[in-house]
Ligand binder design. Structure first.
Ligand code: ADE
Ligand code: ZN
Length: 349
């Protein structure tokens, strides 16, 4: 009889699961104290310097409003020290969630445009990554993403920077920002170049627009995972395709509620994704900006869907499986999750 845990016992089970986070933006991972500190240093950026006002600032009318707020927070990040602070802050937060590995989306174009020298960005990432492992036992990898709103110039600069610098831990090229009016297909040459150079393709698609954007990400950009993919449930043929080809979705449920793409967690199409056999992973996107945590995502989805502990553990295993970590690390983490599946769930009560 599968065991369904709720409340504190469910949370204890989730907490004990080793997890991988596959969709988290570096700027969007800044903790509230970090944002307040950075905002205090640069009051002209328009980001509140008081906690209550910041909470208000992090309430979104719609997706374009969220992107404006995100851009304001991004403008606070100016030098390599800020990057190091973000990376180590994220690592501490991941460790607190018992996340062992994360693929972190970095948007070099935004930082370079804001005047940060490329080598400062790279040094901040490298020193932050080393500290994440040494101090928190968290392994980090990077996804450099194209901010879609900045078009082909951003695509060119991001791809050139990624392939020229090729920092340790860079595993993928992404595409973020708005989808409406920013067709995926125009970015095909950049994704082709990146894939030919050995990077994986992980664009956002189907977060704010329909299934056609996901099809385009698959066909035009060779997407190996889809950022969000929420609207895939509007197209049964797409659901079948994703399941058949085992294309993982980086689902970010709390983000989708906060940016008003779905009405509520209960109204999220995740149940239909799972019922169709799609490889679903759970992620936080921009955790403090949405009041999300990785354990919170697992617990909330498990409660909303009435998942058994084995199904919750499978979500964690999906993320390990869908990641670009080394085969050896995948084997270790999968074995750890399997051992938890065999543990008596009542021991978490
Ligand atoms: N950049 C940061 N968060 C994002 C999101 N949820 N979608 C697209 N671009 C983003
Ligand atoms: Zn995202």
């Amino acid at each position: 009889m599968p065991e369904i845990l709720t409340g504190p016992a469910l949370y204890a089970f989730v907490r004990a699961l080793p997890k991988a986070e596959l969709h988290v933006h570096l700027v969007g991972s800044a903790s509230l104290p970090t944002v307040l500190t950075l905002a205090g240093r640069r009051p002209s950026a328009g980001v509140p310097t008081e906690p209550a006002a910041l909470a208000d600032f992090f309430t979104y009318q719609d997706f374009p409003h969220f992107l404006k707020v995100y851009a304001a927070v991004s403008s606070l990040v100016r030098d390599g020290r800020d990057i190091h602070t973000l990376v180590t802050g994220l690592a501490a937060d991941l460790a607190a969630q018992n996340a062992r590995y994360a693929e972190v989306t970095v948007t070099p174009y935004s930082h370079l445009r804001a005047g940060m020298p490329g080598d400062e960005l790279l040094t901040g990432l490298a020193t932050g990554c080393a500290a994440a492992l040494a101090e928190h036992g968290v392994e980090l990898a990077w996804c450099f993403d194209i901010p879609g709103e900045d078009g082909l110039e951003a695509a060119e600069e991001t791809t050139v920077f990624a392939l020229r610098e090729r920092p340790d831990g860079l595993v993928s090229l992404g595409l973020g920002g708005p989808e409406l009016g920013v067709g995926r297909a125009q970015f095909a040459p950049y994704f082709t170049r990146a894939r030919e150079a050995g990077l994986h393709s992980v664009p956002h698609a189907g977060e704010t627009t329909g299934p056609a954007t996901i099809w385009s990400a698959l066909h035009d950009l060779g997407a190996e995972r889809i950022g969000h993919g929420t609207s895939c449930t509007d197209d049964p043929a797409l659901l079948n395709y994703l399941a058949l080809h085992r294309i993982p979705l980086e689902v970010c449920p709390t983000s989708n509620v906060a940016t008003r793409q779905v009405p509520s967690l209960a109204g999220h199409p995740i149940r239909r994704m799972l019922d169709h056999g799609v490889l679903v992973t759970l992620n936080t996107d921009d955790p403090p900006m949405f009041g999300a945590t990785l354990n919170g995502e697992y617990a909330a989805v498990a409660e909303a869907l009435g998942l058994a502990t084995t199904e919750v553990a499978r979500l964690a295993a999906n993320a390990v499986n869908a990641s670009f970590m080394s085969a050896g690390r995948k084997t270790e983490l999968t074995a750890e999750i399997q051992r938890m599946m065999l543990q008596d769930p009542s021991s978490f009560a």
